[in-house]
Design a protein around this ligand. Structure first.
Ligand code: NAP
Length: 267
């Protein structure tokens, strides 16, 4: 195994495994993205945990590796074309060709329209819409070459309209159209595209909203749960479970759909 076979061993270390499918989850340092990365690793995928700051991905990567999975942390701003291409190239080199993409990275910059700055409009549109476009454009090459792929975009019930979120609701509604067109264009390559539209999920994002409104997070969650038919708020694992289904082999005939995961009907 050692000296005599060192060339073979080196080759094995540097050639990506081809039998294991590779997934990229954006915004996976925390929240829904982190839970999704952990779930996909448990499902057998090698996972690229992508977020703005590579150091911030360590906790997610460590959780996957400690559970026996395979993961790398990748730092990139999804709204920057050069960083996106470099990140996807790195994933392909280190883990193998990515054929699952979860466009999850997101930000909110809420305000009523008369107070919303151009910068807050541009940031939200850029991260969600431009980011999903750039990531998908870079990854679809690997999917079409493999004649298999799964794209899941994170929309939101806010796509239906939400006070103080003209930027975010426009981006999340835009992602639904983006998803349906991807499904039409890429279907012939055995690539599906679907969107998940979560309702209230307890994460740092909703905690920040509570803080902005001057409400304690526990009270905020209790108030939100009263409006939700299943009488609770969502947790990141609720979304990870739906992603797990959509990227499975068995979901190959589900494409161009928007699945509301909101504890009740919201569309
Ligand atoms: P979160 O806890 O705020 O996590 C979002 C992650 O995305 C953060 O790690 C953030 O990094 C990262 N990110 C932001 N901008 C990025 C960029 N330009 N490039 C790469 N990564 C970036 O949010 P979440 O609640 O888990 O939400 C995840 C997704 O679900 C988002 O698309 C969100 O809009 C959607 N969603 C959430 C809810 C909800 O109730 N939580 C409901 C509907 C839809 P930093 O920490 O460095 O900023």
């Amino acid at each position: 195994m050692l000296a005599a076979n060192s060339a073979v061993q080196l080759k094995e270390e540097h050639v990506p495994e081809t039998s294991q499918r590779v997934a990229i989850v954006t915004g996976a340092a925390r929240g829904i993205g982190a839970a999704t990365a952990v779930r996909l690793a448990a499902d057998g995928f090698a996972v690229a945990v992508l977020d703005l700051d590579e150091a911030a991905t360590k906790q997610t990567v460590d959780a996957i590796v400690e559970a026996g999975g395979r993961a790398i942390g990748v730092g990139a701003d999804v709204s920057d074309a050069d960083q996106v291409q470099a990140a996807v190239d790195r994933v392909a080199a280190e883990l193998g060709a990515p054929t699952v993409l979860v466009n999850n990275a997101g930000v909110t910059k809420d305000n009523l329209i008369f107070k919303m700055s151009e910068g807050d409009w541009d940031t939200v549109i850029n991260v969600h819409l431009r980011g999903s476009f750039l990531m998908t454009k870079a990854v679809q090459k690997h999917m079409t070459e493999a004649r298999w792929g799964r794209i899941v975009n994170l929309s939101s019930t806010s796509a239906l309209g939400n006070r103080g979120q003209v930027n975010y609701s426009a981006a999340k509604a835009g992602l639904q159209g983006f998803t349906k067109t991807l499904a039409i264009e890429l279907g012939k390559f055995n690539v599906t595209a679907n969107a998940i539209a979560p309702g209230f999920i307890a994460t740092d994002m909703t905690a920040a909203t509570a803080e902005r409104l001057g409400v304690g997070f526990e009270d905020f969650k209790t108030m939100a749960a009263q409006q939700i038919p299943v009488n609770r708020v969502g947790v990141p694992e609720d979304i990870a479970h739906t992603v797990s289904f959509l990227v499975s082999d068995g979901a190959g005939f589900v494409s161009g759909q928007v699945i509301y995961v909101a504890g009740g009907p919201r569309d």
